[in-house]
Write a protein that binds this ligand. Structure first.
Ligand code: UDX
Ligand code: UDX
Ligand code: ADP
Length: 478
């Protein structure tokens, strides 16, 4: 029913659609790949020298394939008409209105793409959900497409689930060497045929035994489950970090010892000021919402605990800063090192920096923020969504380098683990600061003994308090 895949279209030119299609174009020179988006400015950026997202290695593969077999376009109907296979790769943010507000993913963008495909297809198409969606979303997409089929006998559709597991900052590495590719589809002859076509794209560079095929619902749920398990590990180690601070254990030693158990493994045990990013919170909340709708309240509560600990960890860290700065930060300059949700990305969605900074702003601290990849506009936009815009205007300065941010500050707060923060001249920084000068390391990247020798008071997540300077005892906060 479906012809050999020669043309692929991806609707949604974001963090997932852009890099994924660049990789398909890079690995399959015989396939024409077109990425479309309703945001024409974004398409213009994809067609320019400065791509709209920063990912190590992305620029090179886009430049090599662009104009040959990789195209970025705003002509959505044409790209749909011409494609044999269409990825839906649009955003599914947590709903901020109506039923499921604050919990359920908003499917309006996915549905609108399904309707556009129904309208412009004109011939059989394989439709692939790449966006993370709730279980059974493929059913809604199929329903809409089947309606179109009733009125036009030339049409035929198969909807597959093919969730993306790439992490930002390592997208190109993850795409070129994935742990696994997951494809879910129907068990019918047509469903299996569609799966076969998608498998034949990935197997050009992914070993066949790493391409897993399942039914549609297992595939959709596995994506939510994988993100929930990863988020849960971070909340588990962050919960332990609080126990470490109170007992004198060191969370790095605990993580190392625990991770040595091959049943547990050593990855994703880095204690932090809390996980951020567009996926973890959204997907855990989506899972919680799903469980509640299925009347599985115990399961919903279990997963909600992961989010609760994450929010608590952010708050705990911000409260610790205030406590250690003699219980007031009003009018004190505080340097914030890092605003992205992790290193090697300019993405700030759900970054813990937003929450820690907002809490300090509510206490009227003056923040001097530095991040190597996040623009001033983006920082102000994120903070302005969280605290009064006038407060942001008055109390926030965005700095072009970390030395400028630290000059005259009472404290430095490390919130993103950028490598460059490890290499700074902290003696120079110390002499430019107010004294006593403190460093709060929310990422455990700095060498505390060295900083203490320079004269800093130090506090790092999950480690014993700096006894020599711990004026308020280990209780700190909360
Ligand atoms: C456990 C730890 O594995 C061991 O390292 C520690 O020293 C003592 O506690 P044990 O209780 O002997 O060992 O057995 P284990 O194999 O861990 O199983 C514990 C329980 O978990 C069993 O009831 C087992 O059936 C169950 N289990 C284990 C599961 O339900 N699912 C699993 O995937 C693994
Ligand atoms: C995540 C999943 O890893 C990826 O598979 C999925 O497709 C999308 O969601 P991403 O959000 O891009 O990817 O980044 P990730 O590396 O998972 O980090 C998420 C957050 O957790 C970051 O804020 C990071 O700093 C934090 N984190 C990660 C920790 O605090 N500790 C860790 O050990 C790992
Ligand atoms: P993700 O991290 O999932 O890739 P992004 O927000 O980075 O999410 O990208 C999603 C992209 O999808 C955005 O560029 C947005 O403009 C685009 N988009 C959303 N709805 C539609 C639609 N109906 N048609 C075309 N593009 C869309």
């Amino acid at each position: 029913m479906f012809s050999k895949v020669e043309k692929v279209t991806c609707v949604g030119a974001g963090y997932v659609g852009g890099p994924t299609c660049a990789m398909i174009a890079h690995k399959c020179p015989d396939i024409q790949v077109t990425v479309v988006d309703m945001n024409s400015e974004k398409i213009a950026e994809w067609n320019s020298e400065k791509l709209p997202i920063y990912e190590p290695g992305l620029h090179e593969i886009v430049m090599a394939a662009r104009g040959k077999n990789l195209h970025f376009s705003s002509d959505i109907p044409k790209a749909i008409r011409e494609a044999d296979l269409i990825f839906i790769s649009v955003n599914t943010p947590t709903k901020n209105y109506g039923r499921g507000k604050g919990m359920a993913p908003d499917l309006k963008y996915v549905e609108s793409v399904a309707r556009t495909i129904a309208q412009h297809a004109g011939a059989p198409k394989i439709v692939v959900e790449k966006s993370t969606v709730p279980v059974k979303a493929a059913e809604s997409i199929s329903f809409i497409l089947r309606e179109a089929q009733k009125n036009d006998t030339r049409l035929a559709f198969q909807v597959l689930s093919n969730p993306e597991f790439l992490a930002e900052g390592t997208a190109i590495r993850d795409l070129s060497n994935p742990d696994r590719v997951l494809i879910g589809g129907e068990s019918t002859k047509e469903g299996q045929e569609a799966i076969h076509h998608l498998v034949s794209i990935y197997e050009r560079w992914v070993p066949r035994d790493r391409i897993l095929t399942t039914n549609t619902w297992s595939s959709e749920l596995s994506k939510l489950a994988a993100n929930a398990f990863l988020a849960q590990r971070i909340s588990s180690i962050n919960a332990m970090s609080a126990v470490c601070e109170a007992t004198g254990a060191d969370v790095r030693e605990v993580a190392h010892a625990v991770g040595f158990d091959s049943r547990i493994g050593n990855k994703f045990l880095q204690a932090s000021v809390g996980f951020g990013g567009s996926c973890f919170q959204k997907d855990v909340l989506s899972l919680v919402y799903l469980c509640e709708s299925l009347n599985l309240q115990k399961v919903a509560d279990y997963w909600m605990g992961v989010i609760d600990i994450n929010n608590w960890q952010r708050r705990r860290f911000a409260d610790k800063i205030i406590a250690e700065l003699f219980n007031t930060v009003t009018d004190k300059r505080i340097a914030i090192f890092g605003f992205a949700f992790k290193k090697n990305t300019g993405d700030t969605r759900e970054s813990s920096s937003i929450y820690v900074s907002s809490h300090l702003l509510e206490e009227h601290a003056k923040l001097a923020i530095y991040d190597p990849k996040v623009s001033e506009k983006q920082i102000r936009m994120e903070l302005g969504n969280n605290v009064d815009k006038q407060i942001v205007e008055k109390l926030v300065t965005v700095c072009a380098d970390p030395y400028e941010a630290a000059a005259g500050a009472h404290a430095i707060v490390v919130l993103t683990e950028w490598d460059e923060f490890k290499e700074l001249d902290y003696s120079r920084i110390y002499s430019s600061m107010q004294h006593p000068a403190a460093i709060f390391d929310g990422r455990l990247i700095l060498d505390q003994p060295v900083l203490r020798d320079i004269g800093f008071r130090t506090f790092a997540i999950g480690t014993a308090p700096d006894q020599a300077y711990n004026l308020f005892g280990s209780s700190g906060c909360c």
